[in-house]
Design a protein. Structure first.
Length: 411
């Protein structure tokens, strides 16, 4: 395909942005920057866009490359970089890679909307968990949005070339995100085949990412970090009482964020001092001992912190409209806020609610708790999922190391 000049590339990009519903104010901002870039390119004697040209442009006018490296960009400076990155993405992939969809609907074409609705019902009939259905539907919608941008108007027109081109647009994401996207696509392709929308088994022809989550070392907190985190929580305020109980449940009981948000009054068996609920991810019932520290934290919140609203959910928002947390809220902002108050580095490692679950598992491991027991507490289907926590126990790993002299003597 002939490489388009910058003067040809910009009008095509503009049309795609208009299709995606960018506001007139945003479009005018982009148009001003494009004119600046065209003039800059003419001064340089360049007719085609390149990453080097884009970087030279933002450095000359905005001096932000050093800030980008140090992660100190303001929102307006990030937008300046977005302009040249969008041009590069559009030149390479012939589409706009929308990293953030905000609250806009992903799909606008009636045909693909109808396909997406049918796919969602297909997932429901398969009895997938709600979290899985949300992932599959949203990520397949992004793939269909890409198809539409490539002038593919019918699923019967899908081919391996367009599938591979879409997968290339995922470059730069973590392997986990890529893995989730491809998994969603394979489920979508199975649906298309089973419903007769396609005649080719694209699911079997789409390879999974050759990586395993067991290769990653989980992010865990040190004892000192946890003490600072808990000390930063104002347990005298209603919100502080809620946050303290939530973080305790993740750290002491190893509950997933979704399960904490879904807890209802009937899940607490106070006389038996246990917590009984069905996990959202595995659909398996789990019964955990309700430790005194966790139990009293929840009671303190229910009696003196929780808003007086008619809801069966234990933990609710403390800003209007009062009610349960949204499904997409992973409560990571809650952790980040207390990390900032405790002066803990927020860029050191990825720290969220799930890292507290990792921490509980690693602490149990350090106390020589059998892996099968940890697996039961975490609610894992098998111990293979739990085995990833072995990597955080450096002392145990050292015990497994080979003696170099012993190896030599056996040659």
């Amino acid at each position: 395909m002939k490489k388009r000049t910058l003067e040809e590339l910009i009008p095509n990009l503009e049309q795609e942005m208009l299709r995606l519903g960018y506001t007139e104010g945003t479009m005018n901002f982009y148009r001003r920057r494009w004119q600046m870039l065209l003039q800059f390119a003419q001064e340089k004697g360049e007719t085609h866009y390149s990453e080097r040209l884009g970087m030279e442009f933002v450095e000359k006018y905005f001096h932000i490359l050093g800030k980008d490296f140090n992660r100190t960009l303001s929102q307006s400076e990030t937008q300046e970089l977005r302009i040249i990155r969008m041009l590069g993405d559009f030149q390479l992939h012939h589409t706009i890679l929308r990293r953030y969809y905000k609250h806009k609907e992903i799909l606008t074409d009636s045909y693909f909307i109808e396909i997406s609705n049918r796919f969602k019902q297909y997932c429901i009939d398969k009895d997938y968990s709600k979290v899985t259905i949300d992932h599959y539907v949203k990520q397949s919608a992004r793939f269909m949005d890409y198809l539409f941008s490539q002038k593919v108007k019918d699923c019967k027109e899908i081919n391996l070339t367009v599938i591979n081109d879409y997968i290339k647009t995922l470059a730069g994401y973590t392997y986990k995100t890529v893995e989730q996207n491809i998994c969603s696509m394979r489920a979508f392709f199975r649906f298309l085949l089973e419903t007769g929308e396609t005649q080719i088994d694209f699911a079997s022809k789409t390879p999974m990412v050759q990586a395993r989550k067991q290769t990653r070392i989980p992010s865990v907190w040190t004892e000192d970090e946890l003490k600072k985190l808990f000390a930063a929580i104002d347990r005298g305020s209603p919100k502080g009482k809620r946050d303290y109980a939530i973080i305790l449940m993740a750290c002491c009981l190893g509950l997933r964020c979704t399960d904490i948000k879904n807890l209802k009054m009937e899940n607490f068996y106070w006389e038996e001092k246990k917590l009984v609920f069905t996990q959202s991810k595995t659909r398996h019932a789990l019964s955990l001992p309700l430790t005194p520290e966790v139990g009293w934290a929840v009671i303190d919140y229910l009696k003196y912190g929780r808003p007086k609203i008619n809801s069966s959910y234990v933990f609710v928002r403390h800003m209007a409209p009062f009610g349960p947390f949204s499904e997409d809220d992973h409560l990571n902002q809650l952790i980040k806020r207390y990390m900032e108050l405790a002066h803990l580095p927020t860029l050191k490692k990825r720290r969220g609610m799930h890292s507290l679950r990792h921490t509980m598992a690693s602490m149990l491991l350090e106390q020589d708790t059998p892996l099968s027991t940890i697996s039961d507490i975490l609610g894992h289907v098998d111990t293979d999922s739990t085995a990833v926590y072995l990597k955080v126990d450096i002392k145990k790993l050292k015990e497994c190391s080979l003696d170099f002299e012993e190896v030599l003597n056996h040659e």
